[in-house]
Ligand binder design. Structure first.
Ligand code: C2O
Length: 553
C-alpha cells in the first residue's frame, strides 16, 4: 500500500438551507466533509488543525485500527481532545477490510456537521465479487439542524436532564430536498443516471438519533456490502440503516424509464409515543438528458411517484431485513469464533437518575427524574483528566472498574416492567486477555417502553450470531445461532424489546469503546470500554503513542 495524506482544517463556515443562514463547524469549509478514498492496505494520514472554539477529535468509524489505537479518536478514551488552535496527525493503515466506512467527530455532538465518507477500495487489481458498477456514489443520510447553535442547545438540555430532541430536516449529502418549505431546487441532491447503467450507492446513516428507511421509487436495490464487509447479495425495495451503519447497494437504471425523474426517499423508524417528524425526505434520481424540472413540479411529481415505506414503528419488518444480511461465503466468516472463552450478558437501555439539579422545581425525565442510560445499570462516566488508553499504557495497571457481570436490576419485556430504573455510575469496562474469544448478548430494556439501540464496537468487527424478540433465553436461543454465515458488522441494532448476540476475537490491544450510536443515549451514559491487553509476541503489542499526541490540560 501507499500513504495517502489529507488535510482537515476544522473551521466555521456559513451555509444557507431552507432560507436559514448560519455558521456551522466544518472540515475545510465543506458540509458534509471531504470524501476520503484509500485502497485496502494503504496508510492514511489525516493532518487535523482545530480552528474552532471548542475541542475536537475524529473517529474513523469501522476502521479496525490494528495496533494503531492511538488514532481511534473517541475523546478521553484513546486521546485527549485537540484543543482550539492545536493540531494532530491521525496515522493508521486500513487492513483487511474494504467497502464503505465513514469518519466523524467524536467529541460532544459535533458529528452533527463534522462527518464524511471513507471509501476503502480493494487492493489494485482486485475485483469486486459483483460486476463493476459504472459509477459509485456516496449518499450520506444526515440532517440540517434548525437550532442556530446545536452545541449550545444540547448543553442546556442535558444540564436540565431532558432530551434535546433537536428539530431537523432530512438531508442527503447535506441537502434537505424539495419536501421542505423554502427549499430551492439548488438545495436538492440529484443523482444523474444513464439508462441501463449500474450504480453503487454507498449509503451511510450519519444521523444523530434517527434510524432510517431508504428507497428509490420504482427501482430495486441489491445489497452487496454492510459495514465494509461483503454480504450475500439480496434484492430489496427498502433499505434500513441505524445511525453508524453503512451499506453498499447496486441500482440499475432502467433502459426505458417510465419517467425522467424518480424520488430517492428516506423516512424515520421510531417507536416513541409522542409526536415526531413523520415526513419523508427526498432527493432525486434523474435520467440524463431530461430537462431540469422546477421545484414545484418536482414536489408534485415526487408525491405521485414516492416509494411507500413500512410503518414508522414496524419492528418486525426491520428484524426481517436484519436477518437477510449474511456473510458472503469464504470472504468474511474468517475469524468467527466457534467456541467462546468468555460470555457476557448485558442489558442496554434507558434509566433514570434522581433529580438533583432541578430547573424551576423539576427535572425533565419521567416522574421528575433526570434521563440516564446504562449497560447492566451502570451509566458511563467519561474520564476528564487523561485518556484511558494513556493511563493503561503508562501505568500498565489501569483496570476498568465498576462493571458488574450481570444486570443490577430486574428487567422484563413479557410481564411486569421493572419499578426501579435508577442507574449507578462508573467508567465501566472489561479487561480481556489478548485473543480471548468473546460472546456478548445485548438485551434491550427501557424505562419508557422499549427502544432500539444501534451498538457500535470500536477496534473490532463482530459476527451477529443471533437475534430475537422478548427476553433472551440461553437454553432455547443458542440452538438457533447462525455459526455458518453470520454477517460481520461494527454496528448492530439491538431490536426493540429484543436481544442480539455477537461474537468477536479480542485480537487488537488497546482500549475500545462500545456504545449506542444514538448520540443522546451515549450522552446519557449508554457506553463502556473493552480493555484488550497486549499479547506475548512483539507484533501483538500496542506501539508507543505518536509524539504529537494531544495533552489534556
Ligand atoms: Cu461512530 Cu464511537 O462512533
Amino acid at each position: 500500500g501507499i500513504t495517502r495524506r489529507y488535510k482537515f482544517n476544522v473551521r466555521m463556515a456559513t451555509f444557507t438551507r431552507l432560507c436559514q443562514t448560519k455558521s456551522i463547524p466544518t472540515v475545510n469549509g465543506q458540509f458534509p466533509g471531504p470524501k476520503i478514498v484509500v485502497r485496502e492496505g494503504d496508510r492514511l494520514m489525516v493532518d487535523v488543525h482545530n480552528g474552532i472554539h471548542t475541542n475536537v477529535t475524529f473517529h474513523w468509524h469501522g476502521v479496525r485500527q490494528l495496533r494503531s489505537g492511538w488514532a481511534d479518536g473517541p475523546a478521553y478514551i484513546t486521546q485527549c481532545p485537540i484543543r482550539p488552535g492545536q493540531s494532530f496527525v491521525y496515522s493508521f493503515r486500513v487492513v483487511g477490510q474494504r467497502g464503505t466506512l465513514w469518519w466523524h467527530a467524536h467529541f460532544s455532538w459535533l458529528r452533527a456537521t463534522l462527518y464524511g465518507a471513507l471509501v476503502v477500495l480493494p487492493p489494485r487489481g482486485v475485483a469486486y465479487p459483483f460486476p463493476k458498477p459504472y459509477r459509485e456514489v456516496p449518499i450520506l443520510l444526515g440532517e440540517w439542524f434548525l437550532a442556530a447553535d446545536t452545541e449550545a442547545t444540547v448543553r442546556e438540555v442535558l444540564r436540565t436532564g431532558g432530551d434535546p430532541a433537536l428539530a431537523t430536516a432530512y438531508a442527503f449529502n447535506g441537502l434537505p430536498g424539495p419536501t421542505y418549505r423554502c427549499s430551492a431546487n439548488s438545495g436538492t441532491f440529484k443523482l444523474k443516471v444513464r439508462p441501463g447503467k449500474t450504480y453503487m450507492l454507498r449509503l451511510i446513516n450519519a444521523a444523530l438519533n434517527d434510524e432510517r428507511f431508504f428507497a428509490v421509487a420504482n427501482h430495486t436495490l441489491t445489497v452487496v456490502q454492510a459495514d465494509a464487509n461483503y454480504v450475500k447479495p439480496f434484492d430489496a425495495t427498502t433499505i434500513f440503516l441505524s445511525p453508524g451503519q453503512t451499506m453498499d447497494v447496486l441500482l440499475t437504471a432502467a433502459t426505458n424509464p417510465s419517467a425522467s425523474a424518480f424520488a430517492i426517499a428516506a423516512a424515520i423508524y421510531t417507536n416513541v409515543v409522542g409526536p415526531f417528524d413523520n415526513c419523508t425526505g427526498h432527493a432525486i434520481l434523474e435520467y440524463s438528458h431530461s430537462p431540469s424540472p422546477s421545484p414545484w413540479n418536482v414536489r408534485k411529481r415526487l408525491r405521485l411517484r414516492a416509494p411507500s415505506f413500512p410503518m414508522f414503528n414496524d419492528s418486525a419488518w426491520v428484524a426481517n431485513f436484519a436477518a437477510k444480511l449474511r456473510s458472503l461465503a469464504g470472504a468474511t466468516t474468517v475469524g468467527l469464533p466457534q467456541t467462546v472463552d468468555r460470555h457476557f450478558f448485558f442489558t442496554v437501555g434507558l434509566g433514570a437518575d434522581p433529580c438533583q439539579s432541578p430547573v424551576n422545581g423539576t427535572c425533565l425525565g419521567p416522574n421528575n427524574t433526570r434521563m440516564a442510560a446504562s449497560i447492566n445499570n451502570v451509566s458511563f462516566v467519561m474520564p476528564k483528566t487523561t485518556s484511558l488508553l494513556q493511563q493503561h499504557y503508562e501505568r500498565r495497571r489501569y483496570r476498568p472498574t465498576d462493571f458488574p457481570a450481570a444486570p443490577l436490576r430486574f428487567f422484563n419485556f413479557t410481564g411486569t416492567p421493572p419499578e426501579n430504573t435508577f442507574v449507578t455510575h462508573g467508567t465501566g469496562g472489561v479487561s480481556l486477555d489478548f485473543n480471548t474469544t468473546v460472546e456478548v448478548v445485548l438485551q434491550g430494556t427501557s424505562v419508557q417502553g422499549a427502544g432500539s439501540h444501534p451498538m457500535h464496537l470500536h477496534g473490532h468487527d463482530f459476527h451477529v450470531v443471533g437475534q430475537g424478540f422478548g427476553n433472551y433465553d440461553a437454553d432455547k436461543d443458542t440452538i438457533n445461532y447462525n455459526l455458518v454465515d453470520p454477517v460481520k458488522l461494527n454496528t448492530v441494532r439491538v431490536p426493540v424489546a429484543g436481544w442480539v448476540a455477537i461474537r468477536f476475537v479480542a485480537d487488537n490491544p488497546g482500549v475500545w469503546m462500545m456504545h449506542c450510536h444514538f448520540e443522546i443515549h451515549m450522552s446519557w451514559g449508554l457506553a463502556m470500554v473493552w480493555l484488550v491487553n497486549d499479547g506475548p509476541l512483539p507484533n501483538q503489542k500496542l506501539p508507543p503513542p505518536p509524539s504529537d499526541m494531544p495533552k489534556c490540560s
